[in-house]
Design a protein around this ligand. Structure first.
Ligand SMILES: [Zn+2]
Ligand SMILES: [Zn+2]
Length: 158
């Protein structure tokens, strides 16, 4: 009998797709970003951008003009997806050192500093933060690479 040939996704595809789905959970009006933190092909945490749990829901509170912006035009209330994923893992005592992060938008410089400090070893990102922001350099990616964290753009967007 002939076997139905199915695409067998590798873990990178599975985790990035999960990050993309998680992005849709975000209440933020402008950017929606998802993140998955893994170790040895197991998920240790997930996150998406938004204000800390129990504080604001940007889309419900600011339906017309969107959330209040910081000087860089980002939501001033939100934790970034990476931060939410890392904070949750850290709060629950997961061993983050040596883990791999999948995120739908390349990390901003402040997330890059956190990623480096937590000794995450590799970051897969889908879209470019610099492109999204219209700024010349992906400073978060540059920072990670400069200090020995592997940063790889994922899929056909590369
Ligand atoms: Zn917001
Ligand atoms: Zn960030």
């Amino acid at each position: 009998m002939e076997k139905v040939v199915k695409h067998r996704p590798d873990f990178d595809e599975i985790f990035m797709e999960l990050a993309q789905n998680l992005a849709y959970r975000s209440h933020c009006v402008k950017a929606q970003v998802g993140a998955v933190l893994t170790k040895d092909t197991r998920i240790i945490s997930i996150g998406y951008n938004g204000p800390p749990a129990g504080t604001h829901n940007c889309d419900e509170e600011y339906p017309e003009h969107g959330c209040p912006r910081d000087s860089k035009g980002s939501c001033s209330l939100a934790l970034h997806a990476e931060q939410n994923a890392i904070l949750y893992a850290s709060k629950n005592g997961a061993n983050i050192e040596g883990s791999t992060l999948y995120v739908t938008l390349s990390p901003c410089i402040s997330c890059a500093r956190v990623i480096y400090s937590m000794k995450i070893k590799k970051v897969f990102y889908w879209k470019s933060y610099a492109q999204y922001k219209g700024i010349p350099n992906d400073e978060g990616v540059d920072f990670l690479r400069k200090f020995g964290v592997e940063a790889v753009q994922f899929g056909e967007n590369a």
